[in-house]
Write a protein that binds this ligand. Structure first.
Ligand code: GLC
Ligand code: CA
Length: 565
């Protein structure tokens, strides 16, 4: 049995503030809007909210390019309002985790503006500078994630700076102790203000290492250095130091975004004796439908691949680390659109996906709108796009004539970050109840029937199912701490598993197919001793007739009286 902790027993809800709720009608979500929905979140049953960045930012990467780590951007409100939000959340028993983005800052951060003053500027070494090669070319062939080289030329000082994401997001130099001290001080001040922890943006990439050599080139025309950077062990030293300096002795929750990381490293990040972080997001399951042209294709995730990856992480971190579970977030398309059904079986498939995720081992993260069965946006014009990643990709792939404009819009609708960042659908009215003004991104036309208001009072809605599911999670510690064991690994339609504890065992089976599937429920879970906890299909035939309806899921429980193991 795992050691108990509140953050293991919590269900987290991710708020993407720009699209959550607009309190003043300017079309942009804000703190006032969040405040007005706290009761909704409590009613839903979640324990923690993670709020994506609300700091001042030029907005090149939608707030993940921060120009001031210790203020609130005016479009979201003020520090005073943020402190009220904390108080109101805490009064309702909700914890609040904020985003920490310290792999890079904005190029408009005062540190970087100072660094640009020249080679001897006070903050110069807060960033990573290299000379050009003899021919004037960048120091190596690394690419930035949002396009182009990972190196940007600074004319004035005659050096390149490193930017793993975009030239407007210069990477911070973690080797510099003064930089680290500044970051720790800033984090301590947020904790003093009352936040309950941090979600740490691309934390696996902060330690760049010494290997700045060229690497194999991918479809982007550049080398993607993320795996090699994530393999550098220095990051563990920094995180241990950060823990000691920032939150040792405080009761907080920390979750690291561990892009490009291995299981071995994730075990270290989230190790059971707590010397680094509490848990990590891994992305292996998100990359299963990638391809030669990065994510721009219409491939889908194969269920067997998904099961294999999830099983690897479930087993690999058991007793050694801790998983942060998610199907989607502000960087991913909706899982419902990826593996579920957007049509007639939308509700059934959304419930099934929720059950499959929330019964796994780890701390589950619900992205705003998941609980309503929100789907990917269908973009019909590039003017609807807001994210530099999609805008740059659209521009480049159509310019290079790799894809037509229609194709590219299709792929962006399927796979982009924009597709899940559209406004939250509160009701069926204009602006989806998100705003009374003009929303910063178009609302999905399906808000007419996919919305919170319609679902709140309906017992068989997706929203009601999420509430029930969260209750199951809270009432059955085995769903948090039990050991995961897969069932029928080779089944191409059904993802089924046990959660095994001392006092009870759960059996979860999820049909990912859009057709009825024959499925033999294990003997014990067909017997009288088994109790049906939750399902998504009325008059289920799975027990009597041995088959699961399209997208059916069932959660069963048996009590264990064996106290010896
Ligand atoms: C993380 C964030 C993403 C951002 C990137 C760079 O992956 O989740 O939204 O663009 O880091 O900060
Ligand atoms: Ca607003």
């Amino acid at each position: 049995m795992e050691r108990r902790a509140w953050w293991k027993e919590s269900v987290v809800y991710q708020i993407y503030p720009k699209s959550f709720c607009d309190g003043n009608g300017d079309g942009i979500g804000d703190i006032k809007g969040i405040m007005s929905k706290l009761d909704y979140l409590v009613w839903l049953g979640v324990d923690v909210v993670w709020i994506s960045p609300m700091y001042p930012s030029p907005g090149y990467d939608n707030g993940y390019d921060i120009s001031d780590y210790e203020s609130i951007a005016p479009c979201y409100g003020s520090m005073e309002e943020f402190e009220t939000l904390l108080k109101e959340a805490h009064a309702r028993g909700l914890k609040v985790v904020i985003d920490l983005v310290v792999n890079h800052s904005s190029n408009e951060h005062p540190w970087f503006l100072n660094a640009l003053e020249g080679r001897h500027a006070a903050k110069r070494e807060y960033y990573i500078w290299r000379d050009a090669k003899k021919d004037g070319c960048p120091p190596n062939n690394w690419g930035a994630l949002f396009g182009g080289s990972a190196w940007t030329w600074d004319e004035k000082s005659g050096q390149y700076y490193l930017n793993l994401f975009s030239s407007r997001q210069p990477d911070l130099n973690w080797e510099n102790p003064s930089l680290r001290e500044e970051v720790y001080g800033m984090m301590r001040r947020w904790l003093d203000r009352g936040v309950d922890g941090f979600r740490m943006d691309v934390i696996s990439l902060i330690a760049k290492g010494n290997d700045f050599s060229d690497g194999p080139v991918g479809a982007s025309g550049y080398h993607d250095p993320r795996a090699r950077i994530a393999a550098n062990s220095k990051v563990h030293e920094y995180l241990k130091e950060m823990k000691e300096e920032v939150w040792a002795g405080r009761d907080v929750m920390t979750v690291g975004e561990a892009s490009a990381t291995t299981l071995g490293n994730a075990v270290l990040f989230s190790n059971a004796n707590g010397s680094e972080l509490d848990m990590v997001f891994q992305f292996e399951h998100m990359d299963l439908d990638g391809g030669e042209t990065f994510k721009w294709n219409d491939k889908t995730i194969p269920l067997t691949g998904l099961k294999e990856v999830m099983t690897k992480w479930q087993e690999g971190l058991y007793g050694r680390g801790w998983n942060a579970l998610f199907w989607d977030n502000h960087d991913q398309p909706r899982m419902l659109s990826r593996l579920g059904d957007e049509g007639e079986l939308r509700e059934t498939s959304a419930k099934m996906l929720a059950a499959c995720l929330l019964m796994l081992q780890g701390t589950p993260f619900i992205f705003q709108g998941d609980e309503l069965g929100m789907t990917n946006m269908r973009f019909t014009s590039p003017a609807q796009l807001r994210d530099s990643e999609s805008i740059n990709a659209y521009e480049r792939y159509t310019r290079e004539k790799r894809f037509t404009k229609e194709q590219m819009l299709h792929y962006i609708s399927l796979k982009s970050r924009d597709t899940a960042r559209i406004p939250m659908q509160w009701n069926g009215g204009p602006g989806a109840g998100f705003t009374t003004g003009t929303p910063w991104m178009d609302v999905h036309p399906n808000h007419a029937y996919v919305n919170a208001e319609e679902q709140a009072g309906r017992a068989d809605s997706i929203l009601s199912f999420y509430r029930e599911l969260i209750k199951v999670r809270h009432r059955h510690p085995v769903s948090v701490y039990g050991r995961y064991e897969p069932y029928e690994v080779g089944n191409e339609n059904v993802f089924a598993y046990f959660r095994i504890g001392k006092e009870e065992t759960l059996f979860v089976c999820c049909n990912f197919a859009d057709v009825t599937t024959a499925f033999a429920v294990p003997e014990r879970f067909r017997s009288k001793e088994a109790r049906h906890l939750l399902g998504n299909v009325e008059r289920s035939a799975y027990l009597k007739e041995g088959r699961l309806a399209a997208y059916e899921c069932v959660i069963m429980e048996v009590k264990e009286n064996d106290t010896t193991n």
